[in-house]
Design a protein. Structure first.
Lengths: 139, 139
DNA sequence: CTTTACCCTGTATCAACTACAGGGCGTAGA
DNA sequence: TCTACGCCCTGTAGTTGATACAGGGTAAAG
């Protein structure tokens, strides 16, 4: 018996941070704001996680990587948790987020073109006249 | 004498908020963090601005619109204020910011393609199976 | 003289975490 | 068995770039 069962309480306890790559403080933060459920504790107060927690945190992390806000993630989770989950509703929310991403890309691209245009006018020399400053500073 | 000089103190007093379109609270915030200098005050404690302030705040607002952080703005302002302003240095900082913008666009575009791909797999119907959820939720 | 519109200070709030202080606990090696 | 190390616990404060509000003063118009 290598990893034997000495007290059933600690059987297959999982280090959630290591299993997901998520920062411990972030896990605790998700717990306090109700994104993750409070796990059971050992007699000494240590949190005990199982595979459900790993799965749920994985969902949260993937959604965050795709740029969903925590409120949007909360909304998606409530669809998953409750019986109100329908593909149509999820698709609607994902599409709304996609529109948002597209708008942010457009904003950044217009910034990019203005900025690139101004930088291109710079001489880049060791002189105090600068096209970037002139462009930013009102007369 | 229409806008006559009755006490020199209030001569040509400027409403900085109206002149720039910047929120009053934001102006005060910029003052407390040292982005804008503390203006002189009237006897009753009202701030009195001049065209220098308008110009400086305009600079800050334009730079912010182009996505510079306040710390980057502070750096550009210190170049303008001190005698250390050279076109080369400004160009270097603007280019660094431009690289940053490009990286953020690339990130958003990869999010966009992943998300668009998943949403496209949705049936969009009133059923509880959803391709988006499946893609986000680990096995 | 009163109303309205603005100004003042100071503090709290938002998102999404991160960092730290100050303490307890568990385990590995000597 | 002692001790050192590393991790866990709670609670609080800091980050960025503002915004909002409470509670009070003042300036200018009718």
């Amino acid at each position: 018996m290598t990893t034997s069962q000495r007290s059933t309480a600690n059987l297959r306890r999982i280090d959630l941070s290591r299993a997901t790559g998520c920062n411990v403080e972030t896990i605790r933060y998700y717990e306090t704001i109700g994104i993750l459920p409070s796990p059971p504790r050992t007699a000494k107060g240590y949190r005990v996680y199982d595979h459900e927690h790993v799965s749920r945190l994985g969902f949260v992390m993937r959604a965050r990587e795709l740029g969903f806000t925590l409120e949007e993630v909360r909304g998606l989770l409530s669809l998953v948790d409750g019986d109100g989950l329908t593909c149509g509703e999820v698709q609607r929310r994902a599409q709304a987020h996609l529109d948002d991403v597209a708008a942010r890309i457009a904003d950044l691209q217009s910034i990019q073109s203005v900025l690139a245009g101004t930088v291109a006018k710079c001489t880049g020399k060791d002189v105090p006249e600068c096209a970037v400053i002139d462009a930013l500073m009102p007369a």
